[in-house]
Design a protein around this ligand. Structure first.
Ligand code: TYD
Ligand code: MG
Length: 448
C-alpha cells in the first residue's frame, strides 16, 4: 500500500486529503518503493555466526539514581547505553520527577543534561528551586532542534540526558511537524544511536493524552530499552510509576509516589499509606484486600455502599479504582449463586486512598463488601479476602498468595478468606480460610 499517514500510521492504497484513520488533513505521504532500488546483497556475513553458548554477556552494569523506588522499578539502577521512554499525561509530574532524578544523579554521579522543548530555562529553574535542585553539574537547555541537542551532548558529555519531550523535538531534515509519527521515529532513533555511542543513559519524555493519541509515545515503545509510565489523577496526589517494558529487568513493577509542595516523594510502604488511620472500628461495607501491583502486595481497604434506589429511578452502579465491568459481573454472580437481590438498590464501590486496581483478585472482596453493606453489618475483627470469582461461582487461585498473606498479617489482619489450595501457607497469628465457592466464602465471613 503506497500511502501512509504521518500522524497515525494509517495505510491506504489511495491518497486522501484527510486521513481516514485519524482525521488529520494533508498527512498522507507516499511510501518509497524499496524494491525498485534493487534487491539487497545477501551473500556476505560480516562475522562468523556464534552459538548462544559462546556469547558472553557479563553483568549489566547499573548505576543507582538515588531515588530508591525508581531504582527498584528499573531493576537496580540506570544502565549505560540504555534508553528509557518516560510517558504520562500532561501535568502528571514527569518533568518534576525527572528533574529530581537529574539532581540526584548530578550530585552523586556526574554531569546531567536536561533539555526542555516546552519550557524556558527560567521556567525549569523555577521548578528546580521548588524541589531544591541546585547542583552545578546539572545543565539545562531550552531547545527543540535535534541537531543542536546533539551538539550540546557533544559539549557537555553527560552521564544522563533528559529530553523533555520527544513530541517537541524535531529533526529539520525530516518532513513533518514535531510530534508526527515520522518525526517521533526519526528523533528517537537518532537519540538512541547517540546514547549507545556515548554510553550515557537517556530519558525520553512522551506525552500521552487520555484519549490515547495516535502519535503518542506508544509508536516508539519498540525502539527503546525501557518504557515506564507515570499515572494518577490530577485531583489526587498519588502517582504510580509503572514499567511496561524492561530489557534489563522485570516488568510490571510499580513505584508509588505522592505529589507534594516540594516534588514527588517516594512511598516505600504503600499499604500503610493507603490504609491511613487503621485503628478505626470496622464499618459495614468495608473489607481489606491485598492487591498485587507488579510483584508487590499492597493492602487496601475496599468500601461498598448499597442503598435503595429512590422512587422509580434506575439503580446506579458506580465505582472508583475498580473495573466497573468486573463489578457488574460480581453483582450478577451474587444474584445467581448467593440469592442476594440488589436489583433495586444503588451500588457504589471505592478503593480507599486513590489507588486504581485492575486485578481479578479483588472479586471476592467486592462480593463481601457489597454483602456487608447490603446487610448493614460490619465484618467481625480485621478481615481480608482475596480471590478471583468465576461466573459459575467458583473461587479461583491468585498469584503470590503467600506474599499477600504476609503483607496482610504485617498490617494487623487477623482473618483472611482465600481460594482453597492443597497446601495453604501458614502464617503465625493469621487465620487462613480456604474456600472453593462464593457461597462457602460468605458462610466463612463472620459479621459483628
Ligand atoms: P509537571 O512535572 O510539570 O508535569 P508534566 O511534566 O508531566 O506535564 O508537574 C505538573 C504539576 O505538578 C503542576 O500542576 C504543579 C505540580 N507540582 C507540585 O505539586 N509540586 C512540585 O514541587 C512541583 C514542581 C510541581
Ligand atoms: Mg513537563
Amino acid at each position: 500500500m503506497p500511502f501512509v499517514c504521518e500522524q497515525c500510521g494509517h495505510r491506504s492504497v489511495k491518497w486522501f486529503g484527510r486521513c481516514p484513520g485519524c482525521g488529520q488533513w494533508d498527512s498522507l505521504t507516499e511510501l518509497r518503493d524499496d524494491a525498485a532500488a534493487g534487491a539487497p546483497d545477501v551473500t556476505w556475513l560480516g562475522e562468523e555466526l556464534r552459538s548462544i553458548s559462546d556469547i558472553d554477556v557479563g553483568d549489566v552494569e547499573r548505576t543507582p539514581c538515588g531515588l530508591s523506588e525508581v531504582d527498584r522499578l528499573l531493576g537496580g539502577g540506570l544502565v549505560p547505553g540504555g534508553v528509557v521512554l518516560f510517558g504520562g499525561e500532561p501535568g502528571i509530574g514527569k518533568s518534576t520527577l525527572l528533574l529530581q532524578l537529574a539532581e540526584s544523579m548530578a550530585c552523586s554521579v556526574g554531569k546531567v543534561l536536561y533539555i526542555s522543548g516546552e519550557e524556558s530555562e527560567g521556567q525549569v529553574k523555577l521548578r528546580a528551586s521548588r524541589i531544591g535542585a541546585t547542583s552545578d553539574r546539572l545543565f539545562v537547555l531550552s531547545e527543540q532542534a535535534l541537531h543542536r541537542m546533539m551538539a550540546a551532548v557533544e559539549q557537555v558529555e553527560p552521564v544522563v540526558l533528559i529530553v523533555d519531550s520527544i513530541q517537541t523535538t524535531a529533526d529539520e531534515r525530516v518532513a513533518g511537524e514535531a510530534g508526527s509519527v515520522k518525526q517521533l521515529r526519526e528523533v528517537s532513533s537518532a537519540l538512541i544511536q547517540l546514547t549507545k555511542a556515548k554510553g550515557m543513559t537517556t530519558f525520553l519524555v512522551g506525552h500521552i493524552t487520555k484519549e490515547g493519541a495516535f502519535a503518542g509515545p506508544k509508536t516508539v515503545e519498540h525502539l527503546v530499552d525501557v518504557a515506564i509510565y507515570l499515572e494518577g489523577s490530577r485531583t489526587e496526589d498519588v502517582r504510580m510509576l509503572r514499567s511496561v517494558k524492561n530489557r534489563f529487568g522485570a516488568t510490571n513493577e510499580v513505584a508509588v509516589f505522592q505529589m507534594t509542595e516540594a516534588g514527588l516523594v517516594e512511598i516505600e510502604d504503600p499499604s500503610r499509606f493507603f490504609l491511613g488511620e487503621s485503628d478505626r472500628p470496622a464499618q459495614p461495607g468495608s473489607i481489606y484486600v491485598p492487591v498485587l501491583e507488579g510483584t508487590r502486595p499492597i493492602l487496601v481497604e475496599l468500601q461498598a455502599l448499597v442503598s435503595p434506589t429512590g422512587g422509580y429511578g434506575v439503580p446506579q452502579r458506580r465505582c472508583t479504582g475498580l473495573d466497573i465491568n468486573r463489578v457488574l459481573l460480581m453483582l450478577a454472580v451474587m444474584e445467581k449463586h448467593l440469592d442476594v437481590h440488589i436489583g433495586s438498590a444503588d451500588v457504589y464501590l471505592s478503593l480507599a486512598g486513590g489507588l486504581d486496581v485492575r486485578e481479578r483478585g479483588t472479586d471476592l472482596g467486592v462480593i463481601a463488601a457489597v454483602l456487608s453493606s447490603f446487610r448493614n453489618r460490619a465484618l467481625a475483627g480485621r478481615t481480608a479476602a482475596v480471590g478471583e470469582v468465576g461466573l459459575s461461582g467458583e473461587v479461583r487461585p491468585v498469584r503470590r498468595l503467600k506474599e499477600r498473606l504476609s503483607e496482610a498479617r504485617e498490617l494487623g489482619i487477623e482473618r483472611m478468606i482465600v481460594p482453597r489450595a492443597s497446601r495453604l501457607p501458614v502464617i503465625k497469628g493469621l487465620e487462613v480460610v480456604g474456600v472453593e465457592r462464593v457461597s462457602e466464602a460468605i458462610t466463612a465471613l463472620s459479621f459483628e
